[in-house]
Write a protein that binds this ligand. Structure first.
Ligand code: GLU
Length: 279
């Protein structure tokens, strides 16, 4: 068993992160497996070295040990680019896209058929830039994958071990069309999208069990779809319940009140944190 914890160094770790990290760590240790730490600093505009330092510090304080020198996504940009080149070579389906979020929102709200085109994570991309050639990409363009050029690819499945969605889930081209539309492979001024980067990372690092919050369950469909196109093995998934505040709202990075660092400063112990997340 190889598990991983993959925080983004864009703010303090809070109780929800502690829960993910402890679960992934404890499962690997109980099975005699390996626990990896990965720093998801894909977005250079939001990542900060002091948050990365704080991550190491908080995790060590929690009593976690990891079996690798931490991996940073910022060291893998060339690999992500190669993956996109490989996908384009295989499918000729990658194209640059200059649509802004508000353009996509507007197009999805006023579709030809009169039905709003929204998936669980927002508007479905209407395919506006599909005819553009790769050579016309500007640094401010994203890259997307044209699903209509992938007709005939077989559906694939992934297995979910978490209690919220336990069982086997099918990922088909039809499902991709209703969930997200043409997936983003790279964002403007970035080497890759989150989905593409972590598909590479998890495969490269041999991760067998992806353990993380239930907010990423829908994204798993896109990730498994990309794994199957790239010929990577699909790991097992365990999406755990989100830790919420007293009002039932999920914790956010800016929610400093529940930052591990704040609890530490107040004199709480690692055992207190374990108890707070129900472990
Ligand atoms: N870096 C992502 C985050 O902090 C998590 C990625 C993952 O666990 O797949 O939300």
């Amino acid at each position: 068993m190889i598990t991983r914890f993959a925080p983004s160094p864009t703010g303090p770790l809070h109780l929800g992160h502690a829960y993910s990290a402890l679960l992934a760590h404890d499962m690997a240790r109980a099975a005699g497996g390996r626990f990896l730490l990965r720093i998801d600093d894909l977005d250079a505009s939001r990542s900060r070295p002091h948050w990365e330092t704080q991550i190491y510090d908080d995790l060590a304080w929690l009593g976690l040990t990891w079996d690798n020198p931490p991996i940073c996504q910022s060291q893998r940009f060339a690999h992500y680019t190669s993956m996109i080149v490989q996908l384009h070579g295989q499918t000729a389906a990658v194209y640059p896209c200059s649509c802004k979020r508000r353009d996509i929102q507007a197009a999805a709200s006023a579709p030809q058929e009169g039905v709003a085109q929204f998936g669980p994570d927002g508007p479905i991309y209407p395919g506006t830039c599909r005819a553009r050639a790769m050579q016309s990409r500007q640094p401010t363009d994203a890259l997307r994958l044209n699903l209509d050029k992938l007709n005939g690819i077989n559906p694939t499945t992934f297995k979910e071990l978490g209690p919220l969605h336990a069982g086997s889930h099918s990922v088909s081209l039809a499902a991709m069309r209703t969930l997200v539309g043409d997936p983003v492979l790279a964002r403007a001024n970035m080497a890759a999208s989150y989905n593409l980067a972590i598909v590479f990372d998890d495969a490269m690092d041999g991760v067998t069990h992806v353990i993380r919050g239930a907010d990423l369950f829908e994204a798993t469909h896109v990730q498994v779809f990309l794994q199957s196109l790239l010929g990577y093995e699909t790991p097992l998934y365990l999406h755990h319940d989100l830790i919420r505040d007293e009002a039932g709202k999920r914790l956010a990075k800016r929610d400093d009140a529940r930052a591990i660092a704040t609890y530490r400063a107040e004199g709480k112990t690692p055992q207190d944190i374990r108890a707070m997340v129900g472990l």
